[in-house]
Design a protein around this ligand. Structure first.
Ligand SMILES: [Zn+2]
Length: 232
């Protein structure tokens, strides 16, 4: 194999490791961001339910006060009718209208009580979810910095090795390597079943023979340097 090609293979391996480290870092940041979003959403849902429960209870207190006041009116109208004093017809009308209002109030009160039961059960679930989300976030946070630092340490170890390898190449090849790396993700390709692994272009037998003789050859399709096929 051409010595430059051997250096390019080593550089390619470092660059794949670097890309892998960047991917891992992005994944790690994503996991933390998702854990934070989940925690936030769970807390907001719980707070929303607590607010709904408070509003429901406040409305129930209000309804109970109204029921009490209408029941007092009913008692006074009933007294008028029982004692035979005062305006009996007005007392009858009052009883009828009070009964109607009480019916409406009691219906709403029952609805509120049913809704409260539902809300309480949702809150129990939401509180459990919020606790889970908080615990997950805490665990992720605890491990996060260490994971990022470990990835960074690997990156820092690879970088000078990569530089030292690239320093062995002449400027033209180096420039081409960096261009291919940034445009195509990789600067070299394997020959798989007679074709370039980067772009699938068929490689002529003559070019394969040249590679095996130790020459360098770039794919006609994508420009990546091709590695001679494994003789084995
Ligand atoms: Zn190609």
């Amino acid at each position: 194999m051409h010595p430059d090609l051997e250096h390019l293979m080593v550089a390619d391996r470092y660059d794949r490791q670097i890309r892998d480290l960047r991917k891992k870092k992005a994944t790690q940041l994503d996991i933390l961001a998702k854990a934070e979003a989940r925690d936030q959403a769970a807390r907001e849902r719980l707070a929303g339910l607590v607010a709904s429960i408070d509003a429901n209870k406040a409305r129930q207190r209000e309804l109970n006060r109204e029921v009490e006041s209408y029941e007092a009116r009913r008692r006074s109208a009933t007294r008028i009718l029982e004692n035979g004093t005062g305006d009996a017809a007005a007392a009858e009308r009052q009883l009828a209208s009070v009964a109607e209002v009480l019916d409406t109030l009691e219906t709403e009160l029952l609805e509120k009580m049913e809704a409260l039961e539902e809300l309480e059960s949702e809150r129990t679930q939401a509180a459990a979810d919020a606790a889970d989300a908080a615990a997950f976030l805490e665990a992720e946070k605890a491990g996060h910095d260490g994971k990022i630092a470990a990835l960074k340490a690997k990156f820092t170890a690879i970088l000078p090795e990569r530089e030292a390898t690239l320093a062995l190449l002449d400027k033209t090849i180096l420039g081409r390597y960096e261009t291919l790396l940034s445009r195509r993700g990789r600067a070299i390709a394997e020959i798989v079943d007679g074709s370039c692994s980067g772009c699938q272009r068929v490689v002529r037998q003559q070019n394969i023979a040249d590679l095996q003789r130790g020459l360098m050859y770039a794919c006609d399709g994508c420009g990546r340097w091709l590695l001679p096929p494994d003789p084995g």
